[in-house]
Design a protein around this ligand. Structure first.
Ligand code: NDP
Length: 379
């Protein structure tokens, strides 16, 4: 079965390596915790309000610094760990990381007062408390999840590229290197705009249960490289020189288009939330519907579709599927399928939550102005 799936190279570990792989995520979680607490960070005021004080929550952000240091430590093998280790240890690491995520979720749920309606299993999945922060807001658990997840996504992708290079050398598939570069760029961009994350769905709505903890740490950090499970051991697709240029440049252009849409939309919403009357990029007039003391933006990216940012993520994931050059191989499409499914459901959930927050009438008014959910003219 494993051979048939083309992932037998991920099962060639000694017993000691399996044990080391299992505990690798725990070591990473501890190292990132220390790095985030010790390294300097900038204090910022967030978007969501503190349920106890009614004031906006405070955060301390240093994801970019942690990310850069982690890349240096990995690249120069400063801990003695080989650069291809993260990729080679993927299977036991996902198993171990999942076990630790269950333990963290149990702690997060059992340390909070019991909810009234849900079963314990449902609460373990979705969580009880929305926020956990420690040491006078020096360490925020939600932001920590994304610092670990984002950095590990990049490191896992880079590690897979190293593995591929060792396997194929001069005959390597350039697409695998582009893939690692795409995700490293994606994560770097995320950390440059880390403050914008404070205005997004997970920070606003989600509670800390297994879904968010496992999703942030393990799905985002380790499992998003699923295409590489099959593709890192695959040879170059063998295109002609002309077709290689078309394929690599075309796919990079698609990636950048997706990034422009998603980053543009997120940044526009962020600017609007902080300075409601400021033109985005000095040109896009903020048009909005007033709903009580809230405002629904409907110009620019937010006038094209109600979640055009998810369309950008769709293009990004399509570029990920195409970058390996093995267009018919199901492994290449795994990330695309996950992302399209995730955002189709998330858009529907957010639509319902927004109708509640803004009031059904005002949300209907917005929907009549902005008819499409994600993809203009189609969906
Ligand atoms: P959004 O950033 O769109 O956040 C949704 C919230 O924004 C809503 O609940 C609402 O909150 C506010 N909002 C929505 N529409 C409007 C509007 N028209 N006017 C004013 N406020 C509005 O969603 P996400 O957090 O899901 O996504 C953020 C980014 O992160 C996206 O680019 C997404 O693609 C990316 N992402 C990527 C993931 C991945 O796995 N690759 C996973 C998750 C996110 P309120 O009114 O309370 O402000």
């Amino acid at each position: 079965m494993i051979e048939w799936l083309g992932i037998d190279h991920l099962f060639q570990l000694s017993t000691t390596e399996v044990i080391a792989g299992f505990f690798t995520p725990l070591a990473i979680f501890a190292a990132f915790f220390l790095a985030q607490v010790i390294l300097p960070g900038r204090r910022v005021t967030g978007y969501v309000t503190d349920e106890n004080t009614g004031e906006p929550r405070q955060y301390r952000l240093n994801g970019l610094l942690v990310f850069v240091i982690a890349i240096i430590v990995w690249a120069f093998e400063l801990t003695g760990m080989q650069r291809d280790w993260f990729y080679r240890s993927t299977i036991p690491a996902v198993a171990g990381g999942t076990v630790f995520a269950i333990i963290f979720a149990l702690i997060a749920v059992l340390s909070q007062p019991k909810g009234t309606t849900k079963s314990f299993i449902a609460e373990l999945w979705t969580g009880r408390a929305r926020e956990f922060s420690f040491f006078n807001h020096r360490f925020d658990v939600k932001m920590y999840l994304y610092v670990v997840g984002g950095t590990m996504l990049s490191l896992n992708a880079l590690s897979g590229a190293v593995y591929h290079h060792q396997l194929f050398g001069a005959d390597a598939n350039l697409g695998v290197y582009f893939y690692a570069a795409f995700f490293t760029f994606y994560v770097l961009d995320y950390f440059i705009f880390e403050r914008v994350q404070l205005y997004t769905y997970d920070l606003i709505h989600e509670r800390l249960g297994f879904m968010l903890i496992w999703g942030g740490l393990i799905v985002y950090g380790w499992l998003y490289i699923l295409p590489l499970w099959g593709m890192a051991a695959h040879p170059d697709p063998g295109f002609s020189t002309t077709w290689t240029y078309v394929w690599l440049i075309g796919t990079t252009a698609l990636f950048l288009l997706g990034w422009t849409i998603t980053r543009g939309a997120n940044l526009q919403k962020y600017v609007f939330k902080r300075w409601p009357d400021r033109k985005f990029l000095g040109i896009i007039e903020p048009k909005y519907i007033q709903a009580g003391d809230r405002k629904i933006l409907y110009s620019g990216f937010w006038g094209v579709a109600r979640h055009f940012n998810y369309m950008g993520e769709g293009f990004l994931s399509l570029s990920i599927a195409l970058i390996f050059g093995h267009f018919g191989n199901p492994w290449a499409w795994t990330y695309f399928v996950v992302i399209v499914t995730l955002f189709t459901f998330r858009q529907r959930n957010d639509d319902e939550l927004c109708a509640e927050k803004y009031g059904p009438e005002k949300w209907e008014e917005y929907k009549s102005k902005v008819k499409y959910r994600i993809c203009p003219g189609i969906y």
